[in-house]
Design a protein around this ligand. Structure first.
Ligand code: GLA
Length: 398
């Protein structure tokens, strides 16, 4: 049977109770707070098609938003208290907007976003809410950024503030950098805030400009979940970013984006072997990302796929953020029917890979990739077929 490619990922849509996430959030709101929520926010997850670890080097990325996302059902309060129940963590947290203190756990993404908005001068209002996420945590699909941008959208809607996607993305990134402590770039928050239905976004991370790029005709994006997970807060993400910054300083440029491969090679003597490999990944990945946007625009799925394959090799051999599970699922996908190309996606070390697949072969692709990955790794895989979603939105209900 052909898996559904209906704009939503094929699995993990309904919870154990069989209800969609939005319905679960709305029902649970009524149970906990009484009456209906007045607003429902959706912020998508994301999968990155090309351009990994380039965003914090002021380079180029090509992600798309996923329908799978975070949902918040909420109702503004008269005071400055935020009360939020998480269905996924099975707990409730509360805080006052006038007295924000750092703590631990999922609520910090919400609190940190409130902090960043207030630091930017926003006058916020409290709300009661229920949150639930469909994005698997630690899988490289930006579950944290989805929660931050959902929170930003909720705060903006509750306080009747205008929604400006780029500004919201920068503030959500600030929350993650300065409140949570992960020195992430802008990619996740920006595509989640500003995604365009049916398109990936080519983002210039220096100028924060975006260009919608259509998928090649008759192709789908497959998200390949290895069922391995990592924690960005504990991972080597910040350390790798700091090493890229040191390489940048030694090269004498503002950012690695300003170098071509031959210019980098001329500076090789100033770098350690590791710094050279990290920088080489960034420099070649920027070129691949720009070429990928051109290939997709020209409808050239084969060229796009070859760039994805090359990106995986560079992330594995030069940047050092693949893993045996990611290598196994990429190899399984590359040999499956209808595959144009595959690579790990997101920060790496665990989580998901992504492939570009011929739509007519997608059912066979999914089945064979899952089977071959299981045989290679002994772990279960889940293949989700997806199409690009729009950015975070809010609707009035009740
Ligand atoms: C994480 C970060 C992003 C980006 C990717 C790697 O998802 O949040 O900013 O750096 O890793 O490309």
């Amino acid at each position: 049977m052909k898996p559904p490619v209906d704009g939503r990922l094929s699995r993990e849509i309904a919870g154990r109770d069989g209800l969609a996430a939005e319905t679960r959030a709305v029902r649970s709101f009524a149970e906990r707070f009484g009456g209906e929520p007045t607003l429902v926010v959706h912020a998508p997850g994301r999968v990155n098609l090309l351009g990994e670890h380039t965003d914090y080097n002021e380079g180029f990325v090509l992600p798309m938003a996923l329908h799978l996302g975070a949902w918040i059902a909420l109702r503004p309060r008269a005071d400055d208290r935020v009360v939020l129940r998480s269905l996924d963590f099975g707990e409730e947290q509360a805080f006052e907007l006038s007295r924000l203190h750092r703590g631990q756990g999922w609520i910090e993404y919400v609190k940190g976003t409130a902090w960043a908005l207030q630091e930017a001068g926003a006058s916020l209002r409290g709300w009661d809410g229920v949150v639930t996420g469909e994005v698997p945590i630690g899988a490289g699909l930006a579950s944290s950024a989805a929660l931050e941008v959902a929170a930003a959208r909720a705060f903006a809607a509750a306080a009747d503030l205008p929604w400006q996607p780029v500004t919201a993305a920068r503030l959500a990134q600030r929350a993650e950098n300065e409140w949570v402590g992960v020195q992430c770039g802008i990619m996740d928050q920006l595509v989640i805030a500003a995604g365009r239905e049916g398109h990936a976004l080519l983002i210039d991370c220096r100028h924060l400009t975006t260009r919608p790029i259509p998928l090649p005709p008759a192709t789908v994006v497959a998200v390949l979940d290895t069922s391995t997970r990592r924690d960005l807060v504990d991972s080597t993400y910040n350390a790798r970013r700091a090493r890229c910054e040191e390489a940048t300083r030694r090269c004498g440029v503002r950012s690695l984006r300003d170098l071509g491969l031959s210019e980098l090679e001329q500076r090789a003597g100033a770098l350690t072997d590791e710094q050279l490999r990290l920088a080489r990944h960034v420099v070649t990945e920027n070129a691949r990302t720009l070429a990928a946007a051109e290939a997709m625009t020209a409808g050239d799925a084969a060229a796009m796929g070859a760039l994805m394959d090359a990106s995986h090799r560079s992330l594995r051999d030069d940047f050092g953020v693949s893993s045996p599970a990611l290598d196994a699922i990429v190899a399984a996908a590359q040999q499956a029917p209808g595959c144009f190309g595959a690579r790990m996606t997101g920060a790496g070390l665990a989580g998901c890979a992504v492939a570009l697949v011929e739509e007519s072969a997608s059912a066979a692709f999914a089945a064979e990739t899952e089977q071959a990955y299981g045989a290679r790794s002994g772990l279960p895989a889940t293949v989700h077929l997806s199409s690009p979603c729009g950015g975070a939105d809010v609707k009035a209900v009740g």
